[in-house]
Design a protein around this ligand. Structure first.
Ligand code: 4AD
Ligand code: MG
Length: 477
C-alpha cells in the first residue's frame, strides 16, 4: 500500500480506497477523532478510530504532537467541518510525545512565545503557512528569471570586498583570537590568516554579478547575505536572503520594469498556488486586528493588499519630488515625524517611506534619482552632478523592499567617485576591469527576500518569516 500525503488525499477525494498516511497528531477528541497533519497542506485529515479495538494504555499514547502511521478506508464524512475521513483499521505510534512537557497545545500561542521555541514552531498552522508560502515564492522567483533567459549565478559567501561600502561586515578568520599574530608596527598580520588577507561574509553578490553580466548579459543571484548592522527592528536581520538580478544593456527604467514585473509575478503565483494558506493568514490577521485601535488597523485585508499590488501600476517619482511631498505633509508640519524633513539631501527614514506609500499614494512607490551622498559608489552619476540613477521600491507596511540602480559604466567617473568615497581602487582592480574592457550600460537591484515574505504573509516581524532568525544577541538553534 502506498503512503499518500494529506495534500494528495484531500485533493483527490478517492472515496472507498484503502490507504496509508503518516503525520503528527494535532488534536484528539472523544477518544475517537484524530486531526492529523503532515505539513503538506494547511488542512488536517480526520482519522476515526474505534477505541474498543485498542488497549487503554495505547489510546493514552495518542497525544498531541505524537508521530503516527495509520491505514484505513477513505470515506465521505458524516460530520461537519470536513468532507472526508479515514476509517482506521491499523494504527502505529512512530514517536511518542510527552504531554506533560510538550509546549504546543491545540490553541493559539503568541508569536513571541513561538519565537522562543523556533525549533517547534513549524508545527503550528501559522508557521506551516508561512514556510509553504516562502517555498512557493522562492520557486516562483527562479521560474520568473528562467523564463526570461536569466542565468542563476552563485556568488561567493566569503569575500574580501565590501560591496555596499558601509562597513557592516562580519569578519571571517581562523586566527587564534587569544593570540593574534602582529606585525612589527603592532597591526594584525593577516598573512597568517586563512586567506592571507582580511575576509568577511558578503553583504551583497552584486559586484560579482556585474562581472558575470558583462558576459552572460542577464544573470541573477539568490543567496544569503550578512550584515553586522546593529538594527534591532522588525525589518532587519543579520542574515537574510537576497535576489540580485544584473542586466547588461539595461538602464534604470528597464530596471524598474523588471522589478515591478518580478514582484507582480511572484505575488500572483502565491495567490494562485497558496490560496488556502493565504486565506488562513488573512483570517488570522482580521482576528488580530479586532484587538487593535481603529487607527492602527489595515485599511485593506491581506488578500486585498496583494490583489491591489498585482493590479495597479507602482507610482514612480523622484527623490526630489518625494522630499517636496514630505516637507509639505501634515505629519511634517505638525511635528509628528521623529525625523523632521527639512532639506533636500537627507536620507529617508522608514516613517517617511511609509507615509508616501500608505498615506499619500496608497500604493507601492518606486523612488529614483537620490542624492549621491546617501547612495553607494557604484551608482551611475546623473547629468545634474548631484544625483545618481538609484531606484528603491517602497511597499506598504514594509518600507524599502528593493534597492537598485543603473551602474556607473564610465571608468573615469567610477574611479573618481571611489576615490572620493575612500573605496580602495587597487584592491578592486577586478571590478574596474569590466569598465576597461568592453564596458556597457547595465543595471540591477536587490530584493530582500524576507521583506517580500513579510509583505505576502502579512506578518509584522521579519523574525517570523525565516526559519531561524539571526539578529543582535541571538543565534540560538
Ligand atoms: O538596498 P540594499 O543594501 O542594496 C544592495 O545590497 C545592492 N547591492 C543590491 C543590488 O543593487 N544588487 O539591499 C537590498 C534589499 C533592501 O531593499 C532590503 O529589502 C533588503 O535587501 N535588506 C534587508 N533585509 C533584511 N535585513 C536587512 N538587514 C536588510 N538590509 C537590506
Ligand atoms: Mg537600500
Amino acid at each position: 500500500m502506498t503512503t499518500r500525503s494529506i495534500k494528495n488525499i484531500l485533493q483527490t477525494e478517492d472515496f472507498g480506497i484503502q490507504l496509508k498516511v503518516q503525520g503528527w497528531v494535532r488534536s484528539f477528541r472523544s477518544n475517537r477523532f484524530i486531526a492529523l497533519n503532515d505539513g503538506s497542506v494547511q488542512g488536517n485529515l480526520q482519522l476515526v478510530i474505534d477505541f474498543t479495538q485498542f488497549e487503554e494504555s495505547f489510546i493514552r499514547r495518542i497525544a498531541v504532537g505524537a508521530a503516527i502511521e495509520a491505514e484505513g478506508i477513505l470515506i465521505a464524512s458524516q460530520g461537519s467541518g470536513q468532507t472526508m475521513e479515514l476509517q482506521v483499521s491499523k494504527l502505529t505510534i512512530l514517536g511518542d510525545c510527552d504531554p506533560s512537557t510538550y509546549p504546543l497545545q491545540p490553541k493559539k500561542h503568541s508569536l513571541e512565545f513561538l519565537r522562543q521555541i523556533a525549533h517547534l514552531r513549524f508545527r503550528t498552522n501559522t508557521f506551516g503557512a508561512i514556510f509553504r508560502i516562502r517555498h512557493t515564492l522562492s520557486f516562483a522567483i527562479h521560474e520568473f528569471f528562467n523564463s526570461r533567459g536569466f542565468y542563476y549565478l552563485h556568488t561567493p559567501i566569503i569575500t574580501a570586498s565590501d560591496a555596499e561600502g558601509a562597513g557592516e561586515m562580519f569578519q571571517v578568520t581562523t586566527l587564534d583570537l587569544n593570540n593574534i599574530p602582529k606585525n612589527e608596527d603592532g597591526s594584525i598580520n593577516f598573512k597568517e590568516d586563512f586567506f592571507e588577507r582580511p575576509a568577511n561574509l558578503t553583504v551583497s553578490g552584486q559586484l560579482e554579478a556585474e562581472l558575470a553580466a558583462m558576459a552572460l548579459s542577464k544573470v541573477y543571484t539568490f543567496g544569503p547575505t550578512f550584515r553586522a548592522e546593529n538594527s534591532n527592528t522588525p525589518r532587519h536581520l543579520a542574515e537574510f536572503w537576497m535576489i540580485e538580478p544584473e542586466v547588461a544593456f539595461a538602464d534604470i527604467h528597464d530596471n524598474m520594469n523588471l522589478a515591478e514585473d518580478l514582484l507582480k509575478y511572484v505575488i500572483q503565483k502565491v495567490m494562485t498556488d497558496c490560496s488556502d494558506d493565504l486565506k488562513f493568514l488573512n483570517d488570522r490577521e482580521l482576528e488580530d486586528e479586532k484587538q487593535k485601535p481603529l487607527a492602527e488597523r489595515n485599511e485593506l485585508s491581506l488578500l486585498e493588499r496583494l490583489r491591489f499590488c498585482v493590479e495597479n501600476n507602482f507610482e514612480r517619482i523622484s527623490y526630489t519630488e518625494a522630499i517636496d511631498i514630505l516637507k509639505n505633509s501634515n505629519p511634517n508640519k505638525k511635528g509628528k515625524f521623529q525625523f523632521p524633513v527639512e532639506k533636500w539631501g537627507t536620507d529617508l527614514q522608514s516613517e517617511h517611506e511609509r507615509y508616501l506609500v500608505e498615506k499619500h499614494f496608497k500604493k507601492p512607490v518606486i523612488l529614483s534619482d537620490y542624492p549621491k551622498e546617501i547612495k553607494a559608489f557604484y551608482m551611475r552619476q546623473n547629468e545634474d552632478g548631484k544625483t545618481v540613477a538609484a531606484m528603491d521600491i517602497l511597499f506598504p507596511g514594509i518600507g524599502e523592499i528593493v534597492g537598485g540602480s543603473q551602474r556607473e559604466e564610465r571608468l573615469d567617473k567610477l574611479e573618481s567617485r571611489m576615490i572620493e568615497m575612500h573605496i580602495p581602487t587597487e584592491e578592486m582592480h577586478w571590478y574596474l576591469d569590466t569598465r576597461k574592457y568592453g564596458s556597457c550600460p547595465h543595471a540591477g537591484f536587490g530584493l530582500g527576500f524576507e521583506r517580500l515574505v513579510l509583505f505576502v504573509t502579512g506578518m509584522t516581524n521579519i523574525r517570523d518569516v525565516i526559519p531561524f532568525p539571526r539578529f543582535p544577541g541571538n543565534a540560538e538553534f
